[in-house]
Ligand binder design. Structure first.
Ligand code: SF4
Ligand code: SF4
Length: 187
């Protein structure tokens, strides 16, 4: 398996788990039903600086935290869509520089209602998860991801960008599966 040793700033899901082809057919990450609010991508200040001036002019954001913004989505019939989703081809126009929040999907870090700690979770309705072909590879990947997000480096990263840890009560759009709780106690 490739890409398991990721740099948090450059993390991309390995093709074995989420193929770009699956994403092109789905795009649930980039299109949002108006009836279920929330879920717009979060972009860090450092990621925002890495997009070009032309892209920046197309992207409207709302301040979210000290070091994060949230995309303002564009209305498109019954849906809201990311301003970087090319409607004709369903391609992400900033692929490779898309925010960490997009790149880790279908995984996400979640604070659960009535439970302490931060959990690594995933969206069970993600097309790539539904179509998972090799369950042992997926389980192994989940464990590796849990270990990586449990590191001191990850803890520092998420301390800088706490808004990247989502609240379960705001995730009605997803059907969450839980991998496990991050062990940040020793960091
Ligand atoms: S939901 Fe899954 S398959 Fe669909 S675009 Fe997102 S990561 Fe890709
Ligand atoms: S930045 Fe790219 S991957 Fe992220 S929501 Fe927009 S189109 Fe989708």
């Amino acid at each position: 398996m490739k890409n398991l040793k990721f740099d948090l700033d450059n993390f991309i899901n390995p093709d074995e788990i989420v193929s770009y082809e699956d994403c092109l057919k789905c795009r649930k990450c980039c299109i949002f039903p108006k009836s279920i609010p929330g879920g717009a991508p979060i972009i860090t200040k450092s990621e925002f600086k890495s997009i070009s001036l032309a892209e920046e002019q197309r992207l409207k954001v709302n301040g979210l935290g000290e070091n994060t913004f949230q995309f303002v989505l564009i209305s498109d019939n019954d849906f809201l869509k990311c301003p970087f989703l090319k409607k004709s081809s369903y391609q992400c126009e900033i692929y490779g520089r898309h925010p960490f929040d997009c790149r880790i999907f279908p995984f996400m870090l979640v604070r659960r209602t009535n439970k302490s700690g931060v959990y690594l979770s995933y969206d069970k309705t993600c097309l790539a998860i539904v179509r998972i072909k090799n369950l042992p590879v997926f389980i192994n990947y989940c464990q590796e991801l849990l270990n990586l997000f449990s590191t001191r480096k990850a803890r520092v990263f998420f301390k800088k960008y706490p808004e990247l840890i989502l609240n379960e009560r705001n995730l009605g759009k997803y059907k969450l599966g839980y991998v496990g709780m991050l062990s940040w106690d020793n960091c």
